[in-house]
Design a protein around this ligand. Sequence first.
Ligand code: DAT
Ligand code: MG
Length: 152
Amino acid sequence: MPSERTLILVKPDGVQRGLIGPIIGRFEQSGLKIIGLKIMQMDEETAGRHYAEHVDRPFFSGLIEFITSGPIVAMCVSGPNAIAHCRRLMGATNPQDAAPGTIRGDYATDIGRNITHGSANEEDAAREVSLFFDESELLSYHRATGPWIIEP
Ligand code: DAT
Ligand code: MG
């Protein structure tokens, strides 16, 4: 399985609701590796670049207003098929469709307040990781539990 890197955000609703720890925990407990982590507030320019694909959608201005409205937590997560794996952990975009046990299924009810972001594909992941992290902020390290998570 290819090792991938993906960008995960705890959106402003997750930070305001005191869910940073539980949400980071979902990714951490899965065995995926957190290789970059910061709390920050997105400016409009970064938000526009991050969500550029949605610029013509009716929800775009509300999305930008929301994502810049308060602090977020940005995380770079790595591991086997990390992009798709993180999307599965998060559940469907609309929490009404998200299965119980997923982050959005367990913590959210509204598509406009769906708690987390995760890159959708390899191209987006590379672009989004570099939007939030300098390469020097991303660590490469081994964990003692490595062979208990991935069969050597
Ligand atoms: P995802 O975040 O699962 O990749 P997306 O890229 O289609 O989903 O949309 C980005 C965000 O925009 C999404 O997390 C929530 C918001 N959004 C998407 N569709 C929406 C809609 N129909 N109404 C309101 N917000 C929406
Ligand atoms: Mg998306």
